[in-house]
Design a protein around this ligand. Sequence first.
Ligand code: ADP
Ligand code: ZN
Ligand code: ZN
Length: 754
Amino acid sequence: MSQSSIVQVAVSGPFLSPLDYVCVESEGVPVVGGRVWVPFRNKKVVGLVMSLNNSTEFEIAKLKKIDQVIDTVPLFTAQQLSLFHWASQYYHEPIGEVVSAVLPKRLRMGEPAKAKGMAHWSLTPLGEQASQDELSKNASRQRAVFEFFKQAKVSNQGYFSATNLSQALKNWQPSVKKLLQMGWLQEREGSCLAQSVYKTSPKHILNEAQQVAVDTVVNELQSISSGFCAYLLEGITGSGKTEVYLGMIEAAITQGKQVLVLVPEIGLTPQMVSRFEAQLRIPVASLHSGLNDTERHCAWHVMRTGQAKVLLGTRSAVFTPFKNLGLCIIDEEHDLSYKQQEGFRYSARDLIVQRAFQEKIPVVLGSATPSLESLHNVNQGRYQHLELKQRAGNASLPSLKLLDIRGEKIQEGVSRPLKIAMQSCLEEGGQILLFLNRRGFAPILMCHKCGWQASCPSCDANMTLHSGQNHDYLQCHHCGEQLAEPECCPSCKSDDSFIKVGQGTERLHETMAAWFPEHSILRIDRDTTRRKGKMAELTGIAQRGEADILIGTQMLAKGHHFPNVTLVGVLDIDQGLFSADYRAAERMAQLIMQVAGRAGRSKKAGEVLIQTHQPDHPLLTTLIREGYDVFAQQALRDRLHANLPPLCYQILVRAEASNPQDVMNFLASLKAGLALNLQKMNKENKDEIQIEFWGPVAAPMLRRQGRYRFQLLLQSAKRQNLHQLLAEMEPYIYKSPLARKVRWSLDVDPLDMM
Ligand code: ADP
Ligand code: ZN
Ligand code: ZN
């Protein structure tokens, strides 16, 4: 056998390490970081070469042969592969699962690494001759799309990609399809990078705090000894963090480096991409869940080959290969959408820091309301703190007030003082944002005669009543199950006696329409923004001040800039004060500050009214009187005393099955195995390993989608100890017959216990 003829390949499946194959030279020479076709079970699958070796622990004669080499040039550098290894070990996720999570679908299917390019459209000669009048009068979208191409032709621009069109037009997809069918438009494959038409944007002169933040990071970028360094950029809402990122990005680009910018799931809008492009004056690639496979492959390709300098992406973009990455930025670092909540449960925030560490480059974590984890890292001296305490430009901070609604008259969830404030705000021509973090019409449908409540047949949860276009229906927000509203009570058979308990955004909308019939109301929640492009459309309306009252869930709380909003009403936050989840207070505080940040972002001052039955609650009063920072430091001290994260580390083992006994058996045996192992390790080691076990106990929602759910929590003051113990046990879990009867998963650094 020649040297390096053992190829270690990561294939999708529950294998803790790559599988060994042998290579026959006639099938090409595999490269580390490139893909190969390999036989696996009875199929041919795509795998990623993790390393080349000249020995194996298996009998060489029994190893299977590689079928074919796909890439002769690596897709990933050694550094990028080591990030995958790290993620696999840290999250106890099989390496094959990590690899299949990071490869775009097209590449997982074995297509060539070079992307084909995105579709571009232009007018055909027929389209050039045609006139708008030939289109139906009612087809206003078609007319708008057609007019866009006509105008572009006049100014000598030819082809447009999906990205271009999204920047200029709403919901253009069906119209382009129709115009293609009519032969007025033609399609061709273009480059992977959209040829952008940059809008010009006025460049701000940075204020002092902004300049200090930019200079600190840029100095690090430019110093010869530059290496890993983590910064927490804590800037109140509207303080101009984005402007600061742009300053840093410009400096990195000037040095010929590429930049990775992560943003929360719903923070990434075509407007944000345009804002970056307008200022940087180069095309910016983006990666998010709304892209199709071609677009995704394209974005990946332009970053890997260095054709694009900047990538704006959500969670999974953290794995994108770069040619010459020089700076990492993560905006709204506290945001929960950075944690993948199923399958491979990684935290993109922790991974981007690890990536910067491995690549020896700076990383900037930005937020108005940093996570307690990051503030803890600042306290420990691991992160450098950069602060922006003032709003940029002339905007001033809104005033926050608690509305004591004990004993107040409350109609449909809105108290009298809030109603009065709304009236006078509207009279002055202001815009209002009402924040209610519950979609649907009412969270509970109850029988007035017998007390029956509509609950989900497969979950331990109520079904939410929604008012549909034609008739009301019930929906479970945990499993998605939908049922028609019953005609009579399933329990006592009385009809016409249902009462709708509690408020959702739909109900609030109805109430506001009744109270303020002459004003326009816009509801922004998951239900109204389901269609592609809808979110951008609705926030556009809100931004331009075309709606007087905005009603929204947490979707609306983040990142958006609504210059005309002067009054924010926060309706229902009290449950955050009493939740069993110790993180609930932190989340409540972050949400309040984020929502409040939507007010008074331009010339007009803003007011934020927070309805509560707990006006003396210490968490609330600290937050309102002394601000998020004092609140957060207080919350951190509380965590320290209670010995909770980030002052200790946790791994949550979740398991579920239709038979609860199977789940308990599995977790109990796992716990016994872990305890035994711990004893053994402690006999062998000098330093005692201390790990606490909690459970197994029922999950807060015991039954979901018909399965019973239990969990076992492992906790330790030393992260290393937890990982060591679990790594020892892992091979046994995969082999355990008890494990096969349940669905189980490990959640490292869990963010919720649901
Ligand atoms: P953040 O991301 O911190 O909420 P943004 O970067 O979106 O804040 O900035 C808020 C607003 O202030 C934007 O409209 C931006 O154009 C403006 N802005 C930012 N920096 C400056 C500055 N130095 N001078 C004037 N306006 C600024
Ligand atoms: Zn009844
Ligand atoms: Zn359900």
